[in-house]
Design a protein around this ligand. Sequence first.
Ligand code: CA
Length: 227
Amino acid sequence: MKILLVEDEKGLIITLTDRLTSEGFDVTSAVDGRQGFDLASTESFDLIILDVMLPKKNGYDVCRDLRQKGISTPILMLTAKGETIDKVLGLKLGADDYLTKPFEVIELLARVEALLRRSPAQSETTVNGAFRFGEIGIDFKKAEVTRSNSPVDLSAMEFRLLQFFIENRGTVHSRDDLLDAVWGYDAMPTTRTVDVHVAWLRQKLEENPRHPQFIQTVHGMGYKFVV
Ligand code: CA
C-alpha cells in the first residue's frame, strides 16, 4: 500500500514515515503543497495524508484541485487544534477524514486503516471513472448515477455503498463487513441500517426491487452484487 505524506514539519515527517514504514506501508513524502499535488497527480497512491498549513499551496487547494482532476485517492487531512470550520471546509472540498494535531500516532494508524478498508484498491472501474449495469450508468468522478439516461438521486451513503458493491462485485459481504467498510470505524448505526440502505438502492436501481437482479440477498450471510 502506497501512502503520500504531504507535511512540512520535518519531525513529523520522520516520525510518521518511520511508523508507517514499520507497519508495511510504502511512504513517499512531499514538503510543500505544490510538490504534493504534482506527486499525487502523476503517481498512483492508495492514500494521501495531507497537512492543511503548507508552503506554496495549502492543503485545501491541493485537495480541491486533485478532486477536480478526477483523482479520488482517499485523503486524510491534518488540521491544527480548534480549526473546526476548517475541518468542515476540508470535508466539503473532498477530504475523506481529518485528524487534529497534536495526535497520537496510533490514532493516525487507526484512521489510515479505516480509510483503506473503506476504499479498497482502486479497480479498473474507478480508474476509468465509469461503470454500467442494466439501465444504470455511474460516473464516479462526478458522483452521478443515471437510469435509462435520467438522473437518479442517491444520498452520499447510498452512493458509497453502491461503489463498494461494484468494486467488490461477486463477493458476499456480511452486514457487519458492510458497516465497517462503508460507514467506517466510528459508525454508530446498526446492521439494520445496512438493510435499509440496500432497500433504498434496490428501489432506485432495480427493475423489480422485490426480486433484485443486481443487489442480491445471500440468506444467512449478507449481500452480494452481481452483474
Ligand atoms: Ca504544516
